[in-house]
Design a protein around this ligand. Sequence first.
Ligand SMILES: [Zn+2]
Length: 427
Amino acid sequence: MLAGLLVAALPAYAAASDWSDLDELQSTLTRAQFDARLTRVYAPDGRLDDRLREHAGAMAIFASAAAAATGAPLDEVFFAAPNDASPHPARSFLDPDDLRALGNPSNAPLRGLRIMLDPGHIGGEWARVEERWFWLNRIGWPVQEAALTRYVARLLRARLEAAGAEVRITCPDFTPATAKRPDDYRARDSELAADPAYAHLPDLFREGALLDARRKRREFLFVRGAEIQARADIVNAWRPDLTLCLHFNAAGGAYTQSTPDNRLLFLIHGNYLPGELNDEAQLHALFRKLLEGSHDTERRVAEALSQTFFEATGLPPCGGSDISRPLGTNLYVQVRNLAANRLFRGPVVFLEPYYQNNAGVYARIQLGDYDGLRDVENRPQPSIFREYADAAAAGILRAYAPSNAPSPATVPPPARDVPHVKALDEP
Ligand SMILES: [Zn+2]
């Protein structure tokens, strides 16, 4: 399950940006390449048209439509010449073609590839605080998504290392990556006033609600703000070739209700919403992401993962929504602007397989990890953690070492009318 959109709206992360980090990425894209990425991936539907102005081989970026009419630009993007067939790559990471060009031996197809694994959420004593804890019908082990994702990270690391990759884990245990804690944000309690919806109620009721809301906000700033930024600092200090954010998904009402539904979703960066584009920090991130050239790798990796997970599970995709938008005909791969894939440099793919509150998935989680197959819902099934790690490793091999992989394009294009299932944290 995801966390992210709300972070952007918080003043602590909305400081004016230093755009100078775009300098090293200038003149690396032609105008056509720039347009294709902007309109197809990052700002579809012409969302930025009213604040971009082209002149003399460059595109000026403005904070707003009003600023575009009268003000100074935030920055400019300079284009490579239109007839320059291969502008020098600005990439700081190896893409699948680069890795293939290394000519690795078949027993180490991923040698030279540096992969960061980011297990979703913190877990442990923070699992309830971050609302990634549920206990369906109060039966069995209360599920902590972070424990699941961290366990999968360990399995996946072993598989990727066996194939020659260098692998790190952002947050390998239940200690937060950030040194901050919720109490560090008490000084900002006064930013949250009493809810006017409760104005008719006794003062005592209103005070109770306000104290609870302020506590929740401190926890939010810790979990969604400081923790994701701390992990971004870890990723950006290493600059891996690829970061995989490992999650298990769930459908609405996950804490109390089971669902017969169960789907796969793979998210890559893009689809900035109109409101997000009004935040200069996010606008800046959009252009850094666009220019760093991570999209093609994200798409290739996500499509390979959608194939291998489909082969392993047969599960259908999620429907799209305003905030999570299918990239093409493969509905399993969608573009979404999240704090982590915005702040982490280089290619980032979010894996969101399985609904934890699906009865069969919940039953598989309760069995823990095991060899071979066990009957769940009247059919033999492997450990869900090994199935996840095996499918993820196979997807990485398929993306980066196709000579060792089965033929691609095994995912049937699903029908476009897949219903959208609302995730827990969607508005
Ligand atoms: Zn999650």
